[in-house]
Design a protein around this ligand. Structure first.
Ligand SMILES: [Cu+2]
Length: 166
């Protein structure tokens, strides 16, 4: 027992206080940095790669512009869809939709969460589709308005394998 009473004599008070200060700082940094580290690795908060696509154009051509889009598996993307034509169009890509994790679709004042198969865009409409591709492959895209895909309103959506291991 006497050894414990003697300790303050061997360790000066300032060293004792320094010890607790360092321990306290370590605790603050450990607890404080954990949520930051988690946010950095959380894919749902990753800054999205923006990709733009037009459904039709101002001359009412029946095509997607561009008609080939590329995405990278494991990276968060924001697909900005617009319809600058006077016709309604669809962005239909069922196999593609099954190979991604849809986070949300934002259009106007509405945000839709969950799985999306296709989107209908009325003239002058815009929508943002946020998703993370999970399976690489080449997927077909078409507009499901009767006659549009036959007239050439089709496209290719490519999901490439992750470039760097995560
Ligand atoms: Cu169309």
């Amino acid at each position: 027992m006497s050894r414990f009473y003697l300790q303050p004599l061997f360790y000066p008070r300032w060293l004792h206080q320094l010890f607790w200060l360092i321990l306290g700082l370590l605790l603050v940094f450990t607890l404080g940095s954990t949520p930051l580290a988690m946010a950095a690795t959380d894919l749902t908060h990753q800054t999205p790669i923006e990709v733009k696509v037009s459904l039709g154009d101002s001359t009412n051509a029946l095509r997607f512009v561009p008609n080939q889009l590329q995405f990278e598996a494991g990276k968060r993307h924001k697909l900005l869809l617009s319809n600058p034509s006077t016709l309604k169009h669809y962005f239909t890509a069922k196999d593609f939709a099954g190979s991604i994790w849809s986070q949300k679709v934002e259009a106007g004042m509405v945000e839709v969460k969950g799985a999306i198969n296709d989107l209908e865009l009325k003239p002058n409409a815009m929508a943002e589709w946020v998703f993370i591709p999970i399976k690489s492959g080449i997927y077909e895209l078409h507009c499901s308005v009767p006659g549009h895909s036959e007239a050439g309103m089709t496209g290719t959506l490519t999901i490439t394998a992750p470039k760097s291991p995560t």
